[in-house]
Design a protein around this ligand. Structure first.
Ligand SMILES: Nc1nc2c(c(=O)[nH]1)N[C@H]1C(S)=C(S)[C@@H](COP(=O)(O)OP(=O)(O)OC[C@H]3O[C@@H](n4cnc5c(=O)[nH]c(N)nc54)[C@H](O)[C@@H]3O)O[C@H]1N2
Ligand SMILES: Nc1nc2c(c(=O)[nH]1)N[C@H]1C(S)=C(S)[C@@H](COP(=O)(O)OP(=O)(O)OC[C@H]3O[C@@H](n4cnc5c(=O)[nH]c(N)nc54)[C@H](O)[C@@H]3O)O[C@H]1N2
Ligand code: SF4
Ligand SMILES: [Mo]
Length: 891
């Protein structure tokens, strides 16, 4: 058994993992980890289902006319080193770039940054954190003089008011959300406010939900600052002693106008705005946590500062139970910032545009060629690639063809690029399809190093699986290329050595006598032995001396600006970059679902995780659907100025009129046409370069098809005849949801071709109702189901859950055979319905029936009866919705 850290969200839960003799991996929460104290959400709990080697990239590959070919490492590394060397020699260092990721370990990230900024001599290294945290980074630097999250998770438990802004923590930071749930159970006087245009699962906990107009957060928080001032609710003595710039910030905030003006600009009920303001004013212990609803905006950095301004004005920062709190997305978003992985940073919280600090880093690295100006930020980088000014790009641990805004532009860029190198762990991704060189990296459970979570806690990720195939750690691949290019400084033989150098750099010319004191200092972790490093317990930075432990920062009122004072930043509210009009009347909001991680290269392999929301969807208000001529359950096309996509229409996701929501997870590998990044506009925040992912004007049109259908099949199938498809991982089978335009004449022959059943004597049962436009077939082999197909011209397909169970059976009973073409058991109640609780696999029908039959009144009773909600708790909001539905029906 190994203690390690979850590779998904920025909460950074501790995991105990073990590989059994049969290769099966078991995981459990690590009770000793301070971030999670033994808890895991369903994604963490399903890690064992995602580490198998199927689909893994196991050898370096080069693309030639003949396609992709496995090659020895030497050939692949030579190709990369030679390509980079030649392009730098011919066109200068800025003609090459790295595009990396908050899912790299700190050690990987450190060498990648050193390679580009100190040796290639360009700052053209940016990261997917540009799409995620860069607005928070910019906000922190403006306010505090350094990129610092001052608080810790315990503050969420000690607070009397938790404000969640643009955060669906119930789904995206589940174990932290559960900590808030439990804290409030223990202290019911604690209040929770959720500020989000959608009524999300997170609102289940909210005393007050403010469904503000998308993009209007600066109005709301400017309004709050101005209102606090008029109420005499500012901490003037603290402001006087520790800050600068309140006057200008108040002037800017005052332009938001009266409370009524603010309510109007935010499209909120003035009473609710007042209720929030009063609650904030009277609650000293307030934590304001914010995530992508804040950062991913063309005024992202200003949203962040508008929030921080309110905390500075009330002196609520750095003390127990209070402070602004930027929740990080990826597992090592924070570590990437420590090493300076963004194109406008240096390393160890030093500044690229400060000549003294540049010289300090150059001296420490003994670097031959330092970058001396900021590099290209992600969106600009892909435009420079398309324009041909950047001729080689090395992409690591991110899938930009899916995750960038205006993703078809990214595709055009890579298609034109001279040299595209991708380091990944899986072979088949949308981005890899355009790579000239593929480099196989070690994945979670195989790689070794450190990550830093949202509360600045550094934890070890440890290997407990052998390196598969020829895969190598990312840091080693970078070092190999660097050495081939003739760079010295990359002779590391273990992540421990890299960490040690990183720790030493953090205290280099830092502290007494140096120009600027940087709070990021982990000098106390330098000089560890290899075994100390292996045994490293989670520790929050700064760690200036061995044994230091820093829960909170700024409690002493000293900030990182040269004069020690925090800055108020005047924030002027402005509208999003692109506004809806007659042609594109709706606003597209994009984000996450509970059980999937980003582009699904890992979570997409888990049957358990596929069940909750198996298909891409467009959540929209029923009245908007009516106006657009689309119907729930049918496919619709989503179109913007930049691209289009297709997904199923859904209601009930808590969306207000005028907006639609589509999840980000589906790629060209998992669905024919649901890559929402292609639809998203490319506008960015001028301060941080963070894209406006949450606000794109779109229109919705019917997507006409002649039939809907689905297949469950043990074998993967090519789907030429389907106009639209989604691939869903089942347990022992693949499920395809289909829709088609071509009418299916001769359904039997067509179905056999589709399912690849050539044998005339195959055990084949079918049912055709030509007039009704219905066709169903099943293929059995030795009494076991091999595949089944259901097609209909109407929306009357049976549920998939019972059929899925048939794939577990070695032999179908005669009863099963009879049920097969009706798609359900002959006896009532056997169809559990769509999954609600993924931990225990409990379906909606099961829960509904239990509620009705036993008269269950609350979520705890449901858990006691059918187990749903009894593990990670993420489905409790949905259980409560079912209880509410039942009580409405009963009355
Ligand atoms: N299950 C799951 N969890 C994850 C991830 C995942 O892929 N899956 N990814 C991780 C990563 S990298 C990240 S960055 C985090 C993201 O975590 P979150 O930011 O919590 O998640 P999102 O779904 O991107 O968006 C949050 C909310 O912002 C709201 N929003 C949209 N526009 C506005 C606005 O103008 N103002 C306000 N106040 N809110 C708005 C949306 O309606 C949405 O509910 O999640 C992390 N955790
Ligand atoms: N429309 C829209 N787009 C968004 C967002 C949004 O809210 N809306 N959110 C943005 C945000 S916040 C984020 S963080 C991004 C995330 O977007 P991406 O970073 O593009 O998404 P992932 O699927 O996490 O990509 C990680 C890749 O790294 C691979 N990988 C996993 N482990 C390793 C490893 O150890 N080494 C290497 N070399 N590869 C590895 C995986 O197989 C996968 O291909 O999406 C952004 N895009
Ligand atoms: S809450 Fe985040 S870190 Fe914890 S188990 Fe879930 S995904 Fe992993
Ligand atoms: Mo993120």
């Amino acid at each position: 058994m190994i203690r390690t850290t979850c590779p998904y969200c920025g909460v950074g839960c501790g995991v105990r993992a073990e590989a059994g003799d049969d290769g099966a991996v078991t995981v459990a929460g690590d009770a000793l980890h301070p971030a999670s104290r033994g808890r895991l959400c369903v994604k963490g709990a399903a890690l064992g289902e995602t580490v198998g080697l199927e689909g893994r990239l196991l050898s370096p590959m080069l693309r030639s006319e003949a396609g992709l070919q496995a090659v020895p490492w030497e050939a692949a590394l030579d190709k990369v080193a030679e390509g980079f060397r030649r392009i730098v020699a011919e066109h200068g260092p800025d003609a090459v770039a790295l595009y990396v990721s908050g899912q790299l370990l700190t050690e990987d990230y450190y060498v990648a940054n050193k390679f580009m900024k100190g040796y290639i001599g360009s700052a053209n290294i940016d990261t997917n954190s540009r799409l995620c945290m860069s607005a928070a980074v910019a906000g922190h630097k403006r306010a505090f003089g350094e990129d610092i999250v001052p608080g810790c998770y315990e503050d969420f438990e000690l607070a009397d008011l938790v404000v969640l802004v643009g955060s669906n923590a119930a789904w995206c930071h589940p174990t932290l959300y559960q900590r808030i749930v439990r804290a409030r159970e223990a202290r019911p006087q604690m209040k929770v406010v959720v500020i989000d245009p959608r009524r999300t699962a997170t609102c289940d906990l909210a005393d007050l939900h403010l469904p503000l107009k998308p993009g209007s957060d600066v109005w709301l928080f400017n309004g709050l600052l101005a209102w606090l001032a008029t109420q005499g609710a500012l901490d003037s003595a603290w402001v006087e002693a520790h800050t600068a710039g309140l006057g200008e910030a108040l002037d800017a905030a005052g332009q938001a106008g009266s409370l009524l003006d603010v309510a109007k600009a935010c499209r909120l009920d003035p009473q609710q705005v007042l209720a929030f303001y009063e609650l904030f004013a009277r609650t000293e212990k307030t934590v304001t946590a914010f995530t992508m609803g804040v950062n991913q905006s063309s005024s992202g950095a200003d949203k962040v500062n508008a929030i921080i301004n309110c905390h500075l004005a009330t002196g609520r920062i750095g003390r127990p139970g209070m402070g602004p709190f930027s929740l990080t997305g990826q597992p090592n978003a924070m570590g990437g910032r420590e090493v300076g992985g963004l194109a406008n940073m240096l390393a160890a919280h030093m500044e690229l545009d400060d000549p003294a600090q540049r010289a300090a880093v150059q001296a420490f690295w003994d670097a031959p060629r330092m970058a001396h100006q900021p590099g290209l930020k992600a969106v600009d980088l892909f435009h420079a690639i398309e324009a041909g000014t950047v001729k080689a790009v090395w992409i690591m641990a991110t899938n930009p063809l899916v995750s960038l805004p205006e993703a078809d532009q990214a595709r055009r860029a890579l298609a034109k690029c001279e040299l595209v190198v991708v380091s990944d762990i899986v072979q088949d991704t949308d981005t890899n399809a355009l790579a000239h060189v593929l480099l196989p990296a070690l994945g979670w459970g195989e790689k070794d190093g450190t990550v830093t979570n949202s509360e600045r806690c550094i934890s070890r990720q440890r290997a407990f699986l052998p390196a598969p195939g020829q895969a190598r750690p990312d840091w080693e691949i970078v070092c190999d290329v660097a050495r081939r290019m003739g760079f010295n400084g990359f002779d590391f033989t273990s992540p421990h050595q890299i960490f040690d150098e990183h720790a030493r750099l953090s205290s280099w010319q830092n502290g007494a006598g140096s120009q600027r004191r940087r709070l990021f200092d982990i000098g106390g972790l330098a000089g560890m032995t290899h075994s100390d490093y292996d045994a490293l317990e989670p520790v929050q930075w700064p760690v200036c001396r061995p044994g230091d432990r820093t829960r909170r920062l700024f409690g002493d009122g000293r900030f990182s600006h040269p004069d020690g004072r925090a800055r108020f930043v005047p924030t002027r509210a402005r509208l999003p970059a692109h506004l809806p009009d007659d042609e594109f009347p709706l606003v597209l909001n994009t984000g996450r679902v509970r059980d999937q991680w980003h582009t699904m290269t890992r979570t997409g392999r888990s049957p358990r995780l596929a069940e909750h929301l198996p298909e891409p969807y467009i959540d929209m208000h029923p009245q908007d659907a009516l106006l657009c001529g689309v119907k729930e359950g049918e496919l619709a096309r989503l179109r913007s100025n930049w691209g289009a996509g297709v997904a199923r229409v859904r209601h009930g996701g808590g969306i207000a009129r005028g907006s639609v929501f589509m999840p980000i997870h589906w790629s060209g590998r998992t669905a024919s046409d649901a890559r929402v990044g292609a639809v998203v506009n490319p506008a960015v925040d001028p301060v941080s370069g963070e894209p406006e992912f949450k606000h794109t004007p779109v229109r919705i049109e019917p997507f006409g098809v002649n039939w809907y259908g689905f297949i469950l099949s043990r074998a993967e199938l090519p789907l030429e005849d389907a106009t639209n498809w989604t691939r869903i991982q089942g347990s022992g089978f693949v499920r395809y949801e289909l829709a088609g335009r071509k009418p299916f004449a001769e359904a039997g022959g067509w179905a056999r071709r589709l399912l690849r059943v050539e044998d005339e004597d195959a055990d084949w049962i079918e049912l055709e109702d030509r007039n009704g436009g219905v066709y169903r077939a099943a293929h059995l082999v030795d009494g076991r189901i091999e595949a089944c197909l259901f097609v209909s011209q109407r929306q009357d397909l049976p549920g998939r859950a019972w059929l899925a169970q048939m794939f577990d059976k070695a032999q179908l009973s005669p009863q099963d055979r009879i049920g097969l073409l009706s798609g359900r058991a002959r006896e009532q109640g056997a169809d559990p319905g769509p999954t609600v609780c993924s931990c225990f696999g409990v379906g909606r029908n099961t829960i509904r029936i239990a509620i009705e039959k036993h008269g269950l009144q609350d979520a705890a009773a449901v858990t006691a009866c059918v187990k749903a909600g009894g593990n990670c708790g993420s489905c409790v909001p949905e259980i409560r919705a079912l209880l509410a539905e039942a009580s409405v029906q009963a009355s």
